[in-house]
Ligand binder design. Structure first.
Ligand code: BV8
Ligand code: ZN
Length: 256
């Protein structure tokens, strides 16, 4: 069922007792995030009502063959997104997660996002499953080019003559092993697994929700609507992450 077919979930009514008890006992916490956490920073999501994939087909843009067929077009799309990301600011949701890393013992961020907003919000201990739009590398010799690229001669090329591409994971590509393994390890050992702002339809990333479930974590969904994984979450807070996550920080500060 696409998330649009789910019925309208009840609006978030505050942090319930069961959650607060789990939070008080938790030692290790993972925030698994998707495009929804950056929506309030003005970065379009992929599958929402004004999602990117409603206008464009991912096969035509976010895959290696599309890039080799038409690198100019794919770079135009990424440069458009780089500009949006560059002008965006971390929002209250990103900042709340960074603050919880200061307030709690062991908080890990496992993100599908490529917008670098968790790092810009001050978060540490981040696993980027799908790469980072601010990094680029040569498809021939893997040299990284993370400063401003030169588009004056068309598609930027490496000294070796190879094409330079964005350091993001395209459909049909493997995720960076160290990032996925590191993230998965944190998920296997966490007490609370927050799944924030993701439709949980892209694998293997979305599989981490089931890994968390199997490992016995308490699963908390934060989303504006029901998703493919709502049924296996222990609790779902339906509302904007930029409102709900700061409420958890406020609770932790009162507790201190
Ligand atoms: C792989 C980077 C192994 C690029 C992305 C055929 C061949 C090969 C693989 C496959 C195949 N068919 C299927 C697959 C697997 C495929 C896949 O899962 N496809 C899906 C679509 C069915 N996966 C892959 O290809 C992966 N690699 O499998 O390799 C392999 C290798 C070779 C051969 C065989 C197998 C690679 C997947 C990574 C793709 N790259 N992005 C770029 O961004 O340009 S995916 C893209 O989707 C983003 O990374 C994004 O993070 C990710 C998930 O989307 P979400 O983050 O969840 O965003 P979405 O818009 O969907 O949802 C937003 C949510 O937020 C909504 O629920 C909304 O309600 C909520 N929300 C909105 N506002 C708020 C909010 N919540 C809270 N507060 C708010 N304010
Ligand atoms: Zn090169």
């Amino acid at each position: 069922m696409s998330s649009r077919e789910f019925n309208n979930p009840p609006a978030w009514g505050g942090l319930d007792e069961t959650f607060l008890e789990k939070l008080s006992e938790a030692k290790r916490i993972v925030f698994f995030t998707g495009a929804g956490i950056s929506a309030e920073s003005g970065i379009p999501t992929f599958r929402g009502k004004d999602g990117i994939w409603n206008k464009l087909r991912p096969e035509e843009l976010a895959n290696f063959n599309a890039f080799m067929r038409n690198p100019q077009m794919v770079w135009e799309w990424y440069n458009h997104r780089k500009k949006i990301v560059h002008d965006a600011k971390p929002n209250a949701g990103h900042l709340a997660i960074a603050e919880m890393q200061d307030l709690l013992e062991d908080v890990t961020v496992v993100t599908q996002n490529i917008d670098n907003l968790h790092r810009r919000a001050g978060s540490k201990n981040i696993y980027e499953l799908h790469g980072n739009i601010e990094r680029n590398y040569c498809i021939n010799c893997n040299t990284f080019y993370n400063e401003e690229l030169d588009f004056s001669g068309g598609v930027p090329k490496c000294k070796c003559g190879g094409l330079i591409r964005p350091d993001v994971v395209w459909f049909g590509e493997f995720l960076p092993e160290d990032q996925f393994m590191g993230g998965e390890e944190a998920v296997r050992n966490c007490d609370i697994f927050f799944v924030v702002g993701t439709s949980a339809v892209v694998y293997p990333a979305a599989g981490l929700v089931y890994t968390a479930k199997k490992s016995g974590a308490f699963i908390v969904e934060v989303n504006i609507e029901e998703t493919e994984v709502s049924a296996i979450c222990d609790t779902s807070f339906f509302g904007e992450s930029g409102k709900i996550l700061p409420a958890i920080v406020d609770h932790l500060k009162k507790r201190e």
